[in-house]
Write a new protein. Structure first.
Length: 84
């Protein structure tokens, strides 16, 4: 499923209000977010410590996203890709 990054913040989790829904037994509502900073770049910010949020296989506390990064949260994998 494709999600267009509109606005400055996208919530990721399994809550009804989350913009991107993910699966996983221990994943919570608003487990992480992707936010655009004043420099125009997108950052992944984990909001919960467990289960870990990883980017390209590495656990992160915050990460500036670059195209083709993959994000794992629970049993869901997301790709940060350039739109057409």
């Amino acid at each position: 499923k494709r999600v267009v990054l509109a606005g400055d913040r996208i919530s990721i989790g399994k809550g009804d209000g989350d913009d991107v829904k993910v699966k996983g037994l221990l994943v919570s509502r608003e487990h992480a977010c992707v936010e655009r900073r004043p420099d125009g770049r997108w950052y992944l910010v984990p909001l919960k410590k467990f289960p870990a949020v990883t980017v390209n296989g590495l656990k992160v506390t915050e990460h500036r996203l670059t195209y083709d990064d993959y994000i794992d949260i629970g049993s869901t994998r997301l790709w940060f890709r350039k739109g057409k």
